[in-house]
Design a protein around this ligand. Structure first.
Ligand code: APR
Length: 243
């Protein structure tokens, strides 16, 4: 069973992406040899307690990550997912990533499970602001501290986003899981919804992950190369089909 056959036959193809999809855009991943969690301790930078203890340090780290993300460019993997959506093949892209590279590549139906670096939220009045660069000030007009609009360890995922993702996956007869180490919950459990419903799980990752053992197809390749080849092959098949 080839990925292109599964994708062309799928009635409701979805995707779940992780940091590995943005790695080829120069955005650091979290785990693996150059992962951020090898250099920094998440409990010091990515928890509500860390922010309460030392907001300046947390802001400094997120402003550094915002600079990297806002200066990064989408790579072939992002463009391929956007193309699959434009062709009407990919129905929904669920991402753990907090960058906006999927959107900048043209994806419209994107569910951000872990929030976005494009959003800054007031810890007091809860007002949200969209940002295109690291914010100068980190105080809201109401006087409270602003925080990055991302989900920290120990926090709940945005309820509606998670509900929408689970709904999409309940309809999904095939899912492409790309660039994730599949260890952070609840995101890591989402592909099992498709599996349990008899759907096909396709994993795209140079490394083995806990998802590998249940994946119907495991592609040991980088997302950029493989996803571009997949879209090229789909276009070839569709063009040879049209009379
Ligand atoms: N193409 C595909 N996969 C890749 C590539 C690539 N070019 N480069 C690396 N990978 C794979 C790695 O092998 C690894 O399995 O991407 C995965 C990245 O794993 P993580 O760094 O753990 O990122 P992710 O799975 O998205 O982390 C989940 O953890 O820290 C939290 O909130 C953070 O959303 C993040 C969550």
């Amino acid at each position: 069973m080839e990925v292109v056959d599964v994708v062309l036959k799928a009635k409701h193809l979805t995707a779940l992406t992780g940091a590995g999809v943005s790695a080829e855009s120069g955005v650091p991943t979290f785990r693996g040899k150059d992962g951020l969690w090898n250099k920094y301790r998440p409990e010091e930078l990515a928890t509500p307690e860390a922010f309460a203890r030392n907001p300046e340090i947390v802001w400094e780290w997120y402003k550094w990550r915002m600079k990297i993300v806002f200066n990064a460019k989408p790579n072939q993997a992002h463009y391929a997912f956007a193309e699959l959506e434009r062709m009407g093949i990919l129905k929904c892209l669920i991402t753990q990533n907090v960058d906006d590279l999927h959107e900048r590549a043209g994806s419209k139906r994107v569910l951000h499970l872990h929030g976005s670096l494009k959003v800054v939220r007031c810890t007091g009045c809860k007002k949200e602001f969209e940002v295109n660069e690291p914010p100068e000030k980190t105080l809201c007009e109401c006087g409270s501290l602003l925080r990055p609009g991302v989900v920290w360890f120990g926090e709940n995922l945005p309820e509606k986003i998670l509900r929408d993702a689970i709904f999409e996956l309940s309809l999904s007869d095939a899912i492409i899981v790309a660039g994730t180490s599949a260890v952070v919950q609840p995101a890591a459990s989402l592909p099992y919804i498709v599996k349990r419903n008899g759907g096909i799980v396709i994993e795209v990752n140079p490394d083995v992950t806990p998802l590998t053992e249940i994946a119907d197809i495991s592609v040991r390749e980088k997302a950029g190369k493989f996803m571009k080849e997949l879209v090229d092959e789909i276009k070839l098949r569709l063009s040879s089909k049209t009379p």
